[in-house]
Design a protein around this ligand. Structure first.
Ligand SMILES: [Zn+2]
Length: 445
């Protein structure tokens, strides 16, 4: 026992964790669905900002901030990161803002800007909420950075089966197919990656865990962190004193099915928590000392934009979302802002011991998860919905097929056109380059 303790202390890692509520105190508009007709009416479960900070004795720190929000835009991320730099000296690459993509959180910033009918009062409340959010993230980060505790780090992999490919299966048919024990169609990624920080006496102090599936069990009018929140809360009950952060994977074409009841959301949360606990109960892969961080943006190309004449036509058309987007883009043009031909997409990567942890912006479809699992050296983990959720990111296959994730969701996100056909090649190339450079920089550490 004494030898084991000595080895754990010698790992050189320290962790600091904290949690703060980010549940809105006012009736704000809810994010994620265009069909809502009024602001939130109450709270089903608390929305939280959870922080997991790591250091290994060197200068670099890595601070993961998990947010129960549908997404975050580049402008708000820049404000949060500036605050964390000013107050705590953290660089942009040392901090990741990871959204759970719950569809029962507030509208914040400009994410999905063409989707919501906000009047001036609601816009003002949304702006005030962004200030509150930044304060809460700052406070949680300060708390985590004041609680450094020696720890060991271990890597584990679980499995959980509720994510269903929503492009390949009709929602109404899923319960019968499941009940008959028949296979569902389409690619899925049911892996549950976990990074566990344990104290020198073996207690779980904090966890990062992931799953590639939309947090869309619920669509009602109450604040709720959906299945990721229920999973985190369940794990925090299982490991008293621990803070457990959910990192949404590349599950933009995956839904938890069947859905639409609180009981189902709780059930999926519990199922995911159990798969995490089962994975953590087995010996994992110990992570040696060594921490490196990197953040770069890659220009992801968009297809040809509509002409001003096209936009004028759309602006007076019957499709109100298309008209909303057209009016916004025309207003941009009038102020001299040209339509985008590409988008600066954030690719962040951390090397934690031997683990390659990649954080992508946007809503990334599962094809990337499956492809990058083969192409990034193991152990590897790719999260999505980080730093800037500006659009869906289809693979070449999904882009060709079209549909919501391939094409029409761009209208709600306010971008002028679909991605260009080489988007997958460029994004995968950029991710592999990030990982390769990090591996070179830590070689021999
Ligand atoms: Zn989504």
């Amino acid at each position: 026992m004494l030898i084991a303790v000595a080895l754990l202390v010698a790992s050189g890692w320290e962790v600091g964790v904290a949690k703060r509520s980010i549940t809105p105190q006012q009736a704000l508009w809810m994010a994620g669905y265009a069909s809502r007709t009024g602001p939130a009416t109450g709270t089903e479960s608390e929305l939280n900002a959870r922080v997991f900070a790591l250091r290994d004795g060197g200068k670099t720190r890595a601070v993961a901030v998990a947010l129960d929000l549908v997404g975050i835009d580049a402008g708000l991320t820049a404000r949060v990161k500036k605050r964390l730099f000013d107050r705590h000296g953290l660089s942009e690459a040392e901090v990741v803002l990871a959204c759970s993509h719950t569809h029962c959180g507030p509208v914040v910033g400009s994410t999905l800007r063409s989707m919501y009918p906000l009047d001036d009062g609601l816009r003002e409340r949304s702006r005030a909420y962004a200030d509150y959010l930044i304060d809460q993230i700052d406070a949680a980060t300060k708390e985590a950075l004041g609680r450094w505790t020696p720890c060991s780090l271990s890597w584990h992999m679980g499995e959980c089966g509720f994510a269903v490919n929503r492009r390949a299966n009709k929602e109404a048919e899923v319960p019968a197919i499941k009940a008959a024990g028949k296979p569902l169609a389409g690619p899925v990624d049911h892996r549950v990656p976990v990074l566990a920080a344990r104290s020198t006496d073996g207690r779980v102090l904090g966890l990062l865990f992931g799953y590639a599936c939309h947090a869309t069990t619920l669509s009602f009018d109450r604040w709720c962190a959906d299945y990721p929140g229920f999973a985190s809360t369940s794990l925090e009950g299982l490991y008293p004193g621990a803070t457990c952060l959910f990192l949404a994977g590349c599950g933009a074409d995956q839904n938890p099915l069947p859905r639409r009841t609180v009981a189902l959301a709780k059930g999926y949360g519990e199922e995911l928590a159990q798969s995490v606990a089962k994975a953590v109960a087995k010996p994992g892969l110990a992570m040696p000392k060594g921490l490196a961080v990197s953040l770069k943006s890659v220009a992801l190309p968009l297809a040809a934009a509509p002409t001003p004449a096209d936009l004028e036509q759309q602006a007076s058309g019957k499709d109100k979302y298309l008209a909303n987007r057209a009016r916004t883009l025309l207003a941009d043009l009038k102020t001299g802002q040209p339509l985008r031909t590409d988008y600066p997409f954030p690719v962040q990567a951390w090397r934690i011991g031997n683990l390659n942890l990649v954080f992508l912006g946007g809503e990334v479809v599962v094809d990337y998860s499956l492809r990058l699992a083969k192409e990034i050296p193991e152990p590897a983990w790719v999260a999505s919905y980080c730093n800037d959720v500006m659009a869906y990111i289809p693979s070449q296959r999904v882009l060709k097929e079209g549909g919501y994730e391939g094409a029409t969701s761009m209208i709600y996100y306010g971008l002028p056109a679909s991605w260009r056909e080489d988007v997958e090649r460029i994004l995968v190339g950029s991710v592999l380059e990030r990982v390769r450079q990090l591996n070179q920089s830590t070689a021999g550490q």
